[in-house]
Design a protein around this ligand. Structure first.
Ligand code: PEP
Ligand code: MN
Length: 333
């Protein structure tokens, strides 16, 4: 739409799009409003929309993912919930244990990560474990512990939802719904979290291409939920010195292709505590919009992923290094 187009003009355009058998999405940016028209392309559509008042241009989008593309929105998105902000120049840090283990563990961690500068608390209550014999999470009890930690600290709660049947339950307690790497292409689950209206942290599948990743995000956006963050958490390669291989080139690539914030997970991306601080700093230098870091009061006794978790002191030092790099980069602009 032209800058200054009225709400009424936007509404007429959206109605015309729907009447043409397409699906309209109104995207409100700081500079301009875009009406996305999703569906099969037909020649006469362009002409019949171009003549409407307030329309600046009708532009075909070549990317297979439409709502996720930077082309459509024209500016980066910022996801905001409680004190957490990521994207469009805002940097968000999500920290906490792999799994919620007890009220004491999650409260202690929440206080420590908040004091060091985190704005969101992670912690799995439903855990996708490789073996069915491993700890599967505290389920609703874990969600209640997370909610209690939010009530005390105002940290936004980020927690995984594994199945469509759990979406309402997890959404009742969480501020951000995490879709794990193993579920990145569970399309019914993506649709279900798209319908909930809470921000989503979508983790990249360990063998997913960037197009597959962005099309997975598109499933959520297409349900009308605009608040999706993309999380690079490493991919499976022939390499064995790390748990996964963490491609930081994903950050500039995704920033070129999409307006969605990009969060880096150096914990799962390396699988080794000693590598996490360096890769966190590298992610910031690469332009990431945020980090998700596993932090545990005593990593050696963690019920999952202790070998890649920072203790409180390690997290605090990592945050100091992250902040120094962020300030150095900000001083250039
Ligand atoms: C997690 O965040 O603890 C997790 C299971 O991550 P991923 O889905 O990336 O393996
Ligand atoms: Mn984990």
């Amino acid at each position: 739409m032209e800058t200054g187009a009225t709400d009424a003009q936007v509404k007429v355009v959206a109605q015309r799009v729907d009447a043409l058998g397409l699906k309209s999405h109104v995207i409100v940016g700081t500079e301009r409003v875009v009406v996305a028209a999703i569906g099969e392309k037909r020649e006469h559509f362009k002409d019949s929309l171009e003549v409407l008042e307030g329309v600046s241009a009708v532009v075909p989008i070549v990317a297979p993912y439409k709502m996720a593309s930077l082309e459509v929105r024209g500016e980066p998105s910022c996801i905001e919930v409680l004190d957490f902000k990521a994207g469009a120049g805002q940097f968000g840090v999500i920290a906490g244990p792999c799994s919620v283990e007890s009220e004491d563990q999650i409260l202690q961690t929440a206080r420590a990560v908040k004091a060091a500068g985190a704005t969101a608390l992670r912690g799995g209550a439903f855990k996708p474990r490789t073996s069915p014999y491993s700890f599967q999470g505290l389920k609703e009890d874990g969600l209640k512990m997370l909610a209690a930690a939010r009530d005390e600290t105002n940290l936004a709660i980020v927690t995984e939802v594994m199945g469509t049947g759990d979406v309402d339950l997890v959404a009742k307690y969480a501020d951000v719904l995490q879709i794990g790497a193993r579920n990145m292409q569970n399309y019914r689950l993506l649709e279900a979290v798209g319908a909930v209206g809470k921000p989503v942290l979508l983790k990249r599948g360990a063998s997913a291409t960037m197009d597959e990743f962005l099309l997975a995000a598109e499933y959520i956006l297409n349900e009308g939920n605009p608040d999706v963050m993309l999380c690079e958490r490493g991919i499976r390669t022939f390499e064995e010195h790390t748990r996964f291989t963490l491609p930081l080139a994903s950050v500039p690539y995704l920033h070129r292709k999409t307006h969605l914030p990009v969060i880096i997970d150096p914990s799962h991306g390396t699988g080794h505590t000693y590598m996490v601080p360096d890769m966190a700093v590298a992610a910031v230098a690469a332009g990431a919009d945020g980090l998700i870091l596993e932090v545990h009061p005593d990593p050696s006794s963690a019920m999952s992923d202790g070998y890649q978790s920072l203790n409180f002191e390690g997290f605090e030092r990592t945050m100091q290094r992250v902040n120094v790099v962020r300030q150095a980069l900000a001083s250039l602009s």
